[in-house]
Design a protein around this ligand. Sequence first.
Ligand SMILES: [Zn+2]
Length: 230
Amino acid sequence: MRIPYQIKCLGCNSDEPVYIPLEDISPEWICEKCKKHNLFQLDSEITIGNRLLFRAQFELDKNRDRSMCVVLAAMAFEGELARAYRLGMKWKIIRAGDDPGLKDFEDSYMELYGYRNKLKEVCKLLKQQDFDHFASKSERYLTAIKEHSWLTVGKFVDDIGKFVLVPRNRIIHQAKSELSDGVATKTWSTALLTIDLIKEMRKLFLQDSKATIPDPTQQRGTAVDQARDK
Ligand SMILES: [Zn+2]
């Protein structure tokens, strides 16, 4: 999969979208117009969820493909959730005094059925009571719900189902791909809010983890660095 980024060419200032492979965080490309060789470093805050959302937005704005936007936005949420799960699992192992090595935790994640259950597990691993409780304390959420009239205060977990996963399921389970711009935009915006909140939760967890484990990088550099960065 390739993600279209709006990166300016350093040779001719062209801002035609550049299609970069999903995993590439320091892409190099040659401008089609002026043949300049460009280098770019993606901000580390642009996570898997954000990258998939870029593609989702591109599908809506440029290709007018609303259902593809919805499918990708739902994938973005799921990608970010799995990423948070991996982080929590790695730290669980580190806290137990072991080395998570290169484990990817895909098997144990696959065993968690349904988004509610997955969210619950991630909250447990990242030391939060539950996702609705976490959201209700977040400035990001409190600001967003004023703009996103479709959301119900205090019911964000339900809303993720309603506005992100149900529209996606109608497309991939029932082949109902005709939908309005409004539906696609709601899905995209709700997925973005969810991803932001998961990232916020990760950040707080990492701050807390660094505070409670004394100088972990000194103890087991590689493992902790991996856990922090992934
Ligand atoms: Zn150029």
